[in-house]
Design a protein around this ligand. Sequence first.
Ligand code: SAM
Ligand code: DTB
Ligand code: SF4
Length: 330
Amino acid sequence: MRYDLEEIQQIYNLPLTTLIFRAQKAHHEFQDPSGVQLCTLKSIKTGACPEDCKYCPQSAHSDTAIEKEKLLDTETILIDARSAKAGGATRFCMGAAWKKVPHGEQFDSLLNTVRSVSDMGLEVCCTLGSLEQDQAVALKEAGCRVYNHNLDTSREFYSEIITTRTYDERLSNIAKVREAGMEVCSGGIIGMGESVDDRLKMLRELANMDPYPDSVPINALIACKGTPLESQKFVDSFEFVRIIATARILMPKTMVRLSAGRTEMNEELQALCYLAGANSIFLGDKLLTTANPDRNEDFQLLEKLGLSSLDPDDAREIHARSERQQTVPA
Ligand code: SAM
Ligand code: DTB
Ligand code: SF4
């Protein structure tokens, strides 16, 4: 199904009650409504990134106080992977501040890390910047199940935020990830000064991919000191919830991840996001370089809401079942 902007605007502008109802319908049909996927992030190469993404504290163009770090070795990363697993995460997502994935020794070390994390029984996700096709295939073969590469915003607003790469480069990298057989994780950031239409155009771009991404992270901008976006106000709660609900309706089978920005959201807002169809979060006190809520508080909220950790294979089975049901003639 291909969406045009007008259709998406109509969904987004529904009365909030109807919007949430429609999102809930999609959620109950295509997802396990009591499950929340718990992922943990680890920055495996931090800072000094040549790209000029205006939101990002790791850009070399920003004047932030983060500790730069070379690619971490496998053993160091495995310490965090073990504690992520012990702490209840089912997916371990490794992020690197690279424009392009390097070849040679660093890539070999990375493949070794991916193999080791995958052997621990954690789902591996990587987000490392642009890939060559052979690197995508090698990552997949080493056990990387998912690759995250965000569109971040609309095609029109993109050049206001990033000038060192193009929207089409992002899309072509996503195509390489698919071609190699990895799942695609792609979403964006809300609250960088873009219009509501920019947000909806980004959702249109994601929803019209064939197939659409397996997971869609929706980040609320964390306005980091020293970045050009340091003075941005935190996104309006209801605009954020509307984007989550619209994403759920447009992409019913995707995991909608309530990503960066949860430290600024109270329990009630996070609960509204779950009601709107979010079913994945990052668990652990740190995202890549910025703070994330305390894991105990996250578990307490999930318990209060009667939600629990989603088994990734159960989720895939539910998606497959709803697909089979849809193909049976009425
Ligand atoms: N360098 C790789 C890339 O750009 O694809 C991977 C890491 S990058 C940090 C991953 C994503 O983090 C970005 O695409 C962006 O959506 C998100 N991100 C970075 N800084 C953020 C911030 N300050 N607030 C919200 N999201 C942020
Ligand atoms: C995504 O969309 N959000 C995560 C993950 N994918 C890699 C990263 C958020 C980063 C927030 C800023 C930081 O901690 O440096
Ligand atoms: Fe580099 Fe990724 Fe940050 Fe952009 S978002 S500056 S590519 S680490």
